[in-house]
Design a binder for this molecule. Structure first.
Ligand code: TMP
Ligand code: ASP
Length: 238
C-alpha cells in the first residue's frame, strides 16, 4: 500500500478505493513539536481503540466522523478527506498553554468553554491564530470556521457528559476536521480523539491521565492511557 502521509503519531495509506484510506496509529510519542520523542509500547493500540469508541459515541449523537470500519489492533479504514489546516482546541478548565498565556491558574474552571484555533504547521510550531488569519491565509472559509467551532462545542457537550459519568474531567481537547473527497464540500471530524489530544483528570484524585504524563515526565504514561480505555470500554459495553 502506498504511504500517503506520515505524521508524528499516525500514518495514512491509500487503499484500492480512492475514497478510503487506512489510518495506522503509531507507538511514537512526541512533545514540544517533536523535540521530545519516545516509543510507548501499546500506545497505538490504546489510542486506536479509544478513538473508535469515541467516534461511535459521537456518531450516535449525530456528529459525522471520518471513521468507516475497524481493521485490526492499530489500523482503521477512514474516509479520504482534505485536512483543514486549523486545529481546534476547546477548553473547559485552565491548563497548558492557556495558563501560560493568561496567567490563570491551572485547574481554574472556566465560566464557559473557550474555543481556540491554531495553524496546523509543524515548521511554525502550530501557532495560535484568529479568524482574520484563517481568512487571509485562506485556510478555511468563514462558513467552515463557524462550522468547526459549532461542531467543537457540540462535541464538547457530548464528551463532557460522557467523561463525567466515568469519573473523568474533560479539561480540554484538540480536534481536526477534513473536507470529504471527492467534492470537498462536507466538513467532518477527522484525526483522533485520545489521551494524546485531550487532557483527562481523574475527578476524585485530580490525577492526570493523558499525554501531560509524558510531557512532564510523571511516569506511568501508558498505564494511565489504559485506565482511560478501561473506563470508556466499561461504560460503553455495559
Ligand atoms: P495546550 O494547552 O498545550 O495548548 O493544549 C491544548 C490541548 O490540545 C490539549 O488537550 C493537548 C492538545 N494538543 C494536541 O493535541 N496537540 C498539540 O500539538 C498540542 C500542543 C496540544
Ligand atoms: N503533538 C505535539 C508534538 O509532537 C505537541 C504536544 O502534544 O505537546 O510535539
Amino acid at each position: 500500500m502506498k504511504l500517503l502521509y506520515e505524521g508524528k503519531a499516525k500514518r495514512l495509506f491509500e487503499t484500492e478505493r480512492p475514497d478510503e484510506l487506512l489510518m495506522e496509529f503509531k507507538d511514537d510519542a512526541t512533545a514540544f513539536n517533536g523535540e521530545k520523542k519516545e516509543q510507548l509500547e501499546n500506545k497505538g493500540r490504546v489510542n486506536k481503540k479509544l478513538s473508535l469508541l469515541l467516534y461511535n459515541l459521537l456518531e450516535k449523537e449525530g456528529i459525522k466522523t471520518h471513521f468507516i470500519r475497524d481493521v485490526d489492533e492499530i489500523n482503521m479504514i477512514v474516509k479520504r478527506v482534505e485536512i483543514i489546516l486549523v486545529e481546534v482546541v476547546t477548553r473547559n478548565v485552565v491548563a497548558g498553554s492557556l495558563a501560560k498565556r493568561t496567567g490563570l491558574k491551572e485547574g481554574h474552571v472556566l465560566t464557559e468553554p473557550i474555543v481556540e484555533t491554531y495553524y496546523k504547521d509543524d515548521s511554525l510550531g502550530d501557532p495560535l491564530i484568529n479568524s482574520d488569519h484563517i481568512r487571509v491565509l485562506k485556510l478555511a472559509s468563514e462558513d467552515e470556521v463557524n462550522e468547526l467551532k459549532r461542531q467543537s462545542l457540540t462535541i464538547n457537550k457530548d464528551l463532557t457528559a460522557f467523561f463525567t459519568s466515568i469519573g473523568i474531567q474533560l479539561v480540554d481537547f484538540k480536534l481536526e476536521f477534513g473536507r470529504v473527497y471527492p467534492d470537498f464540500k462536507e466538513v467532518i471530524l477527522a484525526d483522533e480523539i485520545s489521551p494524546d489530544t485531550c487532557r483527562f483528570w481523574d475527578i476524585e484524585t485530580g490525577e492526570k491521565m493523558d499525554k501531560d504524563r509524558f510531557r512532564r515526565d510523571l511516569g506511568d504514561v501508558i498505564e494511565s492511557y489504559e485506565q482511560v480505555l478501561t473506563r470508556v470500554e466499561d461504560a460503553v459495553l455495559h
